[in-house]
Design a protein around this ligand. Structure first.
Ligand SMILES: NC(=O)c1ccc[n+]([C@@H]2O[C@H](COP(=O)([O-])OP(=O)(O)OC[C@H]3O[C@@H](n4cnc5c(N)ncnc54)[C@H](OP(=O)(O)O)[C@@H]3O)[C@@H](O)[C@H]2O)c1
Length: 332
């Protein structure tokens, strides 16, 4: 068993309340989408997860399909729990999701009660857990009645297989409807998980205000734009980078001249704040009080250290915020 750092909870400000709930989440959460699959080094995955826990990161984010192959990140995390961290289960928020393609046939994706509940059982089996802390509907299903999808989340909570219900990637209007249904069912929506970064701001016009009004927290994923909002690609594509290792979601053509010009200027600004670009990008998403946690990925232990260092400076002056907007090409 891992021996966690005794000082891991020495920074109380590292936790932020999630909407109108009793739960506080770490400002930085760890996602297991990449680097925890069956194709990845178990030793590296183990080291990243244990080090994150040592730093006070209590929230570990999974989904049924994380890998590759699908399901293998949950199996890896189950092994880490068995061998290293399981003794501290009550100190952790462990999440999983169902919504994207997982198995063939009509019941292996989207939002039916049949799929969600079967998938949750499979996830629990892979992780060797009796329950997860948050079970998310991974995406809105336009063809399934929302009452059915939310009813499945509520059932998961009432049956003791999930402590809280969450939704991910839901647009603002569907979020408000989902929140109402879950409230009426007595299992309020704890958390929304949307994508949000300086390079992807779809949540800003409506969703953040909806979450604030509904008392729902936000754990925002890909706050580093999968690595683009770091110094990772300033000198080409490193052999150990996501683009070099796994081109399913991030490819060389995403590293455009425009992205590089903007991120180099952002990097200069970050340096003037004595932060790395990654740290400034995380502080920037956390400037909204409704954002409970920035959900990062990491391929190395040192990246987790760097990301957690973001919380040393979460403040932005009006001038800095305006400078960021001008770098991003937005009008003041
Ligand atoms: N709900 C959903 O639909 C959904 C979708 C996507 C993701 N997610 C969740 O969000 C989590 C995070 O997504 P993400 O991995 O795309 O997030 P991200 O934090 O935007 O990108 C992580 C990548 O950035 C690089 N990186 C991280 N810290 C760095 C640092 N300090 N300096 C330089 N580079 C650094 C690493 O790239 P290299 O690998 O190149 O080193 C790392 O793999 C996922 O694991 C998953 O849990 C949810």
């Amino acid at each position: 068993m891992h021996s966690p750092a005794a000082n891991r909870y020495d920074s109380p400000n590292f936790y932020r309340r999630c909407g109108h709930s009793g739960v506080r989440l770490p400002l930085i959460s760890l996602g297991l989408w990449h680097n925890f699959g069956g194709v990845d080094s178990y030793e590296n995955a183990r080291a990243i997860a244990c080090h994150a826990f040592d730093l006070g990161i209590t929230c570990f984010d999974l989904a049924n399909n994380y890998g590759p192959p699908d399901g293998s990140a949950e199996a890896t995390f189950g092994k880490i729990l068995r061998e290293e961290l399981g003794q501290w289960r009550d100190e952790m928020i462990i999440t999983t999701k169902a919504g994207y393609y997982m198995w063939p046939g009509p019941y292996g994706e989207w939002g039916s009660r049949k799929y969600l509940l079967a998938s949750l059982d499979q996830s629990l089996k892979r992780m060797g857990l009796p329950y997860v802390d948050i079970f998310y509907s991974h995406r809105f299903d336009p063809e399934t009645p929302l009452e059915e999808t939310m009813g499945a989340l509520a059932h998961a909570v009432r049956s003791g297989k999930a402590v809280y219900a969450g939704i991910s990637n839901y647009p603002a209007a569907e979020t408000a409807r989902a929140a109402k249904i879950l409230r009426e069912l007595g299992t309020p929506c704890l958390l929304h998980q949307p994508r949000y970064s300086m390079l992807d701001r779809w949540v800003e016009p409506q969703l953040l205000a909806t979450l604030a009004a509904e008392g729902i927290g936000a754990t925002v994923f890909s706050p580093l734009a999968k690595g683009l909002l770091t110094d990772r690609y300033f000198k080409g594509i490193p052999a150990d980078s996501r683009i070099a290792r796994d081109q399913r979601f991030l490819r060389p053509e995403h590293v455009t001249d425009d992205v590089l010009a903007k991120t180099r200027k952002l990097n200069d600004l970050a340096q003037s704040r004595t932060q790395t670009l990654a740290q400034m990008a995380l502080a920037w998403v956390l400037r909204h009080p409704v954002v409970t946690s920035a959900l990062i990925g990491a391929s190395k232990v040192q990246q987790v250290d760097d990301c957690v260092g973001a919380v040393k400076n979460l403040n932005f002056s009006v001038e800095e915020l305006a400078h960021i907007e001008s770098i991003l090409g937005n009008k003041p």
